[in-house]
Design a binder for this molecule. Structure first.
Ligand code: ASP
Length: 439
């Protein structure tokens, strides 16, 4: 068996956390390839090293003194070295990085140094080989990820190395300069390494015991999701559930490598499994609920809209011409509604409306803002009768006015639009009916 294990920033924020990580790795000899993040926050008031690096580099690129922020960064790594009694010194590395900052080498390089340095320390502490991600993770000149070249390179490099640490978050352009993924991107690196070495499992260690059925900021002590499919997770992540980087499922998904989200601070918890498909029924009919505020609906009415060929295309053209993507598009016989992100739409509102008017001559266009969308997701919904009925009766009892309903053709999700101010209440009502009532 081969496992790739990724540890997030809070799992490697200081010497105590490093000790937990080493212990976890030592419990399972299959944990052969380790992908670390940069040191994260040690407590709520602390800084992430990545944020400090961005800060220092922004000073450097404005020709300002960055030495104070940089010493703070050095202090974070030196604390780990001292706390673990490591022999390794990062002095030379710090000097090189400072020089590169002064010659304004690039923001991505700067941000990536947290993972790079943490990788050196972790490799030393574990007695694993250090493999610089810049040598095996590749981007094309246009900034897109070069998957084929990367999977080959990682495979070739690791095939004769029994145990290695590969820092997360970055890779390189064809000219060798550094490029990072978006924030939280070490999750993607872990997934790439898992795919390249054909791992049996990709373990992603963080500071929560996996996914919750609903956001703990809204539901106190929500139930844990034990097993979720990649597709269900896509729906929930898109709607705001964030434990894992949204793009981290793609590399492993094609190979069917399961991801296990685990808690470094509570390793005995089962965590959540993300799998391709499962015959295992979820504990509840629904797998999860997630949502976001800040949407607008553009409601268009025209008599006999249904018989006018090309009406929908013309409406969507108005959005496309203004470079606005739409989220949902429920329609009736003489009505059509387009749901968009409020902040993207608001500044182009008048231009979109006038184009719709010009192209389609509707009877009316009415815009409603401050809407929230809630996704109720679950592979179990397909087989269960009356799911939507239960959702709507729960919402009616909670006095929530439902503005929109959209059931995906996969029957995997139901999207509900409510006013922003009803958002939390609606989620509580849905959680209560499907989870609390079933316990
Ligand atoms: N350290 C980077 C960040 O803070 C990447 C990561 O942690 O995955 O975004």
């Amino acid at each position: 068996m081969k496992k790739v294990v990724k540890f997030g920033g809070s799992s490697l924020s200081g010497p105590k956390q490093f000790e937990k990580v080493k212990h976890i790795i030592s419990l399972d000899k299959d944990r052969r390839y380790v992908v670390p993040s940069a040191p994260g926050k040690r407590d709520d008031r602390d800084n992430k090293v990545t944020d400090l690096l961005y800060k220092a580099y922004s000073l450097a690129s404005g020709d300002q003194d960055f030495s104070k922020v940089f010493s703070e960064i050095e202090g974070r790594f030196n604390e780990i070295i001292a706390g673990l009694g490591l022999k390794v010194s990062l002095k030379e590395e710090f000097n090189t990085i400072k020089k590169n900052f002064s010659r304004k080498i690039g923001e991505d390089y700067a941000a990536s140094r947290g993972e790079y340095l943490n990788g050196i320390l972790l490799a030393d502490y574990l007695g694993y080989r250090f493999v610089d991600a810049a040598e095996v993770i590749f981007f094309r000149e246009d900034g897109s990820f070069d998957s084929a070249r990367t999977y080959d390179a990682v495979y070739e490099r690791l095939k004769d190395i029994e145990r290695a640490v590969i820092p997360g978050f970055y890779g390189s352009y064809p000219d060798g300069s550094i490029k990072t993924f978006s924030r939280g991107g070490s999750d993607i690196t872990g997934s790439i390494v898992a795919r390249s070495v054909k791992a049996d499992v990709y373990e992603n260690w963080t500071d929560v015991s996996g996914f919750f059925v609903a956001d703990p900021r809204i539901i106190t002590d929500p139930e844990n999701i034990e097993m979720i499919t990649y597709t269900e997770l896509r729906e929930l992540a898109y709607m705001g559930a964030s434990v894992l980087h949204e793009d981290a499922i793609f590399p492993v998904r094609r190979e069917g490598i399961p991801i296990n989200i685990k808690n470094t601070n509570k390793p005995e918890d089962k965590g959540s499994w993300i799998v391709q498909s499962t015959g295992q029924k979820s504990r509840f009919i629904i797998t999860g609920i997630a949502g976001k505020k800040g949407f607008c609906s553009v409601n268009i009415e025209k008599d006999k809209m249904n018989s006018e060929v090309g009406f929908g295309r013309k409406v969507l053209q108005a959005f496309e011409d203004n470079d606005i993507s739409f989220e949902h598009m429920p329609s009736g016989i003489d009505t059509m509604t387009i749901i968009v992100h409020q902040d993207e739409f608001i500044e182009k509102e008048q231009s979109v409306v006038s184009e719709i008017n010009r192209m389609t001559h509707p009877d009316s266009i009415d815009i409603e803002s401050d809407l929230a969308l809630i996704a109720v997701v679950g592979r179990g919904m397909k087989a269960a009768k009356g799911t939507s009925g239960r959702i709507f009766s729960a919402l009616a009892h909670a006095n929530v006015n439902v503005k929109m309903i959209d059931q995906g053709s996969s029957e995997l999700n139901i999207i509900i639009g409510v006013k922003n101010e009803d958002f939390e209440n609606a989620i509580r009502a849905i959680y209560n009916i499907f989870v609390i009532a079933q316990l």
